[in-house]
Write a protein that binds this ligand. Structure first.
Ligand code: GAR
Length: 207
C-alpha cells in the first residue's frame, strides 16, 4: 500500500479526478492521506475535506524559498506517514518548483501532470503557448519530477487535436478532460509496480 499526498495550488480538478478514481476502487494500492496547498484559498482544499473527507494542510510560504519551504512539506508528509519508502506525491496544479533536496528525498516518487506534450511548451500557461504557436496537436503528459522544470521521465502522454475554430479555452478544456483520465491511470500503473525506468525511459511492465 502506498501512502499518497496530493499537492495543489488552486481549483483541484485533477485532485478530484484522482480521489474519485480512488473512491471508485480503481486505485486499490493507494491510501490518500493528505492534500497540501501553498494557497489557503485553493478551492481544492474544500473539495478534499468536504467531498472526500481527506485531511488538508496549508503551508504558506511567507517568503520562504526552496528547501527552507520544502522541509515544512517534508515534515507534514512524515506526520502522515508518507515516507520515501512508501509514499507517492502527486502534484496536481501545484505552482511551486520543488527544491532538489526535496526531489532527491522522494526520488521517483513525485508525479506531475502537465498540460502539453512535453518537451514542448514547458512551464506556465502551456495551453496558451501551444495555442499561440499554432500547433495542430497538443495534449498532456504525466511524468516523474526531476531536478529541472517539466523535464523528468515521461510516464504517459496522450494527444488532442486543435481545430481552426478553437479558442484557447476550448483547447484548455479538451486537454483537461484528458488529464482527468490520464493522471489516475498513471498513478494506478505506478502503484501496481508496472513502471520500469531505464535511463530516462519509462517502460510499461505487464504483470
Ligand atoms: C492543470 O491543467 C494542470 O495540468 C496544470 O494546472 C492545471 C491545474 O488544474 N499544471 C501545470 O501547468 C503545471 N505546470 P486543476 O487545479 O484543476 O487540477
Amino acid at each position: 500500500m502506498l501512502n499518497m499526498a496530493i499537492l495543489i495550488s488552486g481549483r483541484g480538478s485533477n485532485m478530484h479526478a484522482i480521489l474519485s478514481s480512488h473512491a471508485q476502487s480503481e486505485l486499490r494500492n493507494i491510501q490518500p492521506c493528505v492534500v497540501i496547498s501553498n494557497n489557503k484559498d485553493a478551492l481544492g482544499l474544500k473539495i478534499a475535506k468536504e467531498q472526500f473527507g481527506i485531511a488538508t494542510e496549508v503551508i504558506l510560504s511567507n517568503g520562504k524559498k526552496g528547501w527552507e519551504y520544502d522541509k515544512e512539506i517534508a515534515s507534514v508528509l512524515k506526520n502522515y506517514c508518507i515516507y520515501p519508502s512508501n509514499g507517492i506525491i502527486c502534484l496536481a496544479g501545484y505552482m511551486r518548483i520543488l527544491s532538489s533536496q526535496f526531489v532527491r528525498q522522494y526520488k521517483l516518487r513525485i508525479l506531475n501532470i502537465h498540460p502539453s506534450l512535453l518537451p514542448s511548451f514547458k512551464g506556465l500557461h502551456a495551453q496558451k503557448q501551444a495555442f499561440d504557436y499554432g500547433v495542430k496537436i497538443s495534449g498532456c503528459t504525466v511524468h516523474f519530477i526531476d531536478d529541472n522544470v517539466d523535464t523528468g521521465p515521461i510516464i504517459i502522454q496522450e494527444s488532442v487535436p486543435i481545430y481552426d475554430s478553437d479558442t484557447e479555452e476550448d483547447l484548455s478544456n479538451r486537454i483537461l478532460q484528458l488529464e482527468h483520465k490520464l493522471y489516475p491511470l498513471a498513478i494506478k500503473l505506478f502503484s501496481e509496480g508496472k513502471l520500469r525506468l531505464e535511463g530516462r525511459k519509462v517502460y510499461l511492465v505487464e504483470k
